[in-house]
Ligand binder design. Structure first.
Ligand SMILES: CC(C)(COP(=O)(O)OP(=O)(O)OC[C@H]1O[C@@H](n2cnc3c(N)ncnc32)[C@H](O)[C@@H]1OP(=O)(O)O)[C@@H](O)C(=O)NCCC(=O)NCCS
Length: 213
């Protein structure tokens, strides 16, 4: 059979089809322990309860302080997703209907080649494996669906669990961002971590990690 000539326009158009899909609605990602899905306004009360206690919020940007504030955040997230700049997944453990945490990914430049992600779970769900289950699906989504080439994360140096979780995923520690995060009137140092799309794929092939569910 005659070989098809290389058609960069076609390839670009196909890529557009894939990457524009998630802007209409986030996919539902089903893992071993959790399902990730689009945030819904009805998640506001559960997320308020899960993410505002001191042990969860102490090292992250201040979450909304009321249920109504979470509702506004969820509407903002939906608009940002539709604009193709941001995606925020609700984490729903199997057997539950309510969200117990979030994973968010935002572009650092138009086109999403570089992006930053962040995550938080209610403390009752720490150390359960739900983080790793959700994180692997979010990494697959960011790299394979959105097309992120470099995914950054920042974690306050004092955030043992945040840094431990990123290390476990195979993220590379690149350096310390000195006094880069203002929290409760104090400037904190943050660790900068990155995961490259090509490394993530290789990791999956070598260790069988990050399987698409
Ligand atoms: C970050 C978060 C989502 C991770 O979920 P988690 O369920 O706690 O993560 P895991 O238990 O799978 O992994 C954390 C790892 O850090 C390790 N760890 C805990 N405290 C640590 C410390 N002080 N120093 C080093 N490692 C530590 C844990 O032992 C664990 O590794 P292990 O599974 O090999 O034992 C959760 O802790 C959270 O919501 N924290 C509050 C919000 C937050 O800080 N977000 C991160 C912003 S970067």
């Amino acid at each position: 059979m005659e070989k098809m000539p290389y058609q960069p326009e076609l390839e670009r158009a196909q890529a557009d089809v894939i990457t524009s899909d998630w802007r209409n609605a986030l996919p539902v990602l089903v893992g071993k322990k959790v399902t990730l899905r689009e945030l819904e306004v009805t998640d506001a009360a559960a997320l308020f309860a899960m993410l505002t206690p001191e042990e969860v919020s102490r090292f992250i940007s201040p979450p909304p302080t009321t249920v109504a504030g979470f509702e506004r955040f969820i509407m903002w997230a939906s608009a940002e997703r539709a604009a193709g700049r941001y995606a925020c997944f609700a984490v729903v453990p199997h057997g539950m209907q309510t969200a117990v945490g979030i994973f968010q990914v935002r572009q650092l430049e138009p086109g999403f080649a570089t992006a930053e992600w962040g995550f938080a779970l209610g403390s009752a769900f720490w150390g359960t494996g739900m983080f790793m289950d959700g994180a692997e699906m979010v990494l697959n989504f960011a790299i394979e669906t959105v097309g992120v080439l470099r995914l950054e994360a920042r974690a306050a140096v004092a955030n043992g669990r945040g840094n431990g979780a990123l290390r476990k995923l195979g993220a590379v520690q690149e350096g310390v961002l000195r006094r880069s995060f203002l929290k409760n009137g104090e400037f904190l140092d943050q660790m900068l971590w990155s995961i490259l799309g090509e490394e993530w794929r290789l990791n999956k092939v070598v260790f069988g990690k990050g399987s698409v569910h």
